[in-house]
Design a protein around this ligand. Structure first.
Ligand SMILES: C[S@@+](CC[C@H](N)C(=O)[O-])C[C@H]1O[C@@H](n2cnc3c(N)ncnc32)[C@H](O)[C@@H]1O
Length: 213
């Protein structure tokens, strides 16, 4: 229970847990799935922030494909945003626009980014991915907001995504079925070509079908 006996929102609960943990890594506790039977071999900071290995992957994807513009939905405490920004800094160009619609969580992310030394690579917005307006072509799109809206979100930005760029959809494990099904649906509709990385929470790496020439 939070202040005044109200039930704490999950994001706020995990935010307080993350503050208490002070950046300590834990074994991933997401349940085993057929595609990822040993999740404890991975590490995590908390249940909202992407797995530590996925954070490393995000940085490496950025240094590998050298995007001018990265868009992330769901900043939470800004940890994945900072790993993306590390990659941009290493590249020496580009920016990441990340949105977080919860104002309390947004304020925490803002604080963390301000003290990171990486703010010049980051534009953090307190708005919903379903309303956010982006100028220009998106080279890397990382969808990590609320699971039930991922299909809507990716569909909304798809026309702006570089056909040679990448779409990443987090939480696409067979247990967290909703995002996996959204990716399968978009593939069946001819919008995306997808591969499924067998990580504890699942990660779709996709490209617009249009880019496959
Ligand atoms: C799984 S967490 C993001 C974790 C973060 N990407 C990381 O790995 O460090 C999801 C976040 O998305 C936010 N969120 C949910 N729906 C959203 C929306 N429509 N637009 C922006 N943020 C949203 C939630 O408040 C939550 O903080």
């Amino acid at each position: 229970m939070g202040l005044f006996g109200r039930k704490l929102k999950q994001e706020h609960k995990v935010m307080l847990q993350a503050e208490r943990a002070k950046g300590a890594l834990l074994p991933e506790y997401h349940r085993p799935t057929p595609e990822c039977p040993n999740p404890k071999r991975w590490s995590m900071y908390d249940s909202m922030t992407a797995e530590a290995e996925v954070l490393e992957f995000l940085r490496t994807i950025v240094t590998t494909i050298k995007p001018e513009l990265v868009v992330e939905t769901g900043s939470f405490l800004g940890v994945s945003t900072l790993w993306i920004a590390e990659g941009l800094k290493q590249n020496g160009f580009g920016k990441v626009v990340s949105c977080e619609f919860d104002p309390v969580v947004f304020a925490k992310a803002e604080e963390k980014i301000a003290s990171s030394g990486l703010s010049e690579w980051i534009e953090l917005r307190n708005e919903s991915s379903l309303e956010m307006k982006i100028e220009g072509t998106i080279d890397l799109f990382f969808s990590d907001s609320d699971m039930p809206i991922r299909e809507q979100e990716v569909t909304r930005f798809l026309p702006q995504i570089n056909p040679q760029g990448l779409v990443l959809m987090h939480d696409a494990s067979s247990h967290l079925k909703i995002v996996r099904d959204a990716a399968f649906k978009m593939e069946a509709e001819g919008l995306l070509s997808i591969i499924l990385l067998p990580t504890p929470r699942g990660l779709v790496v996709a490209q617009r079908r249009e880019g496959r020439r």
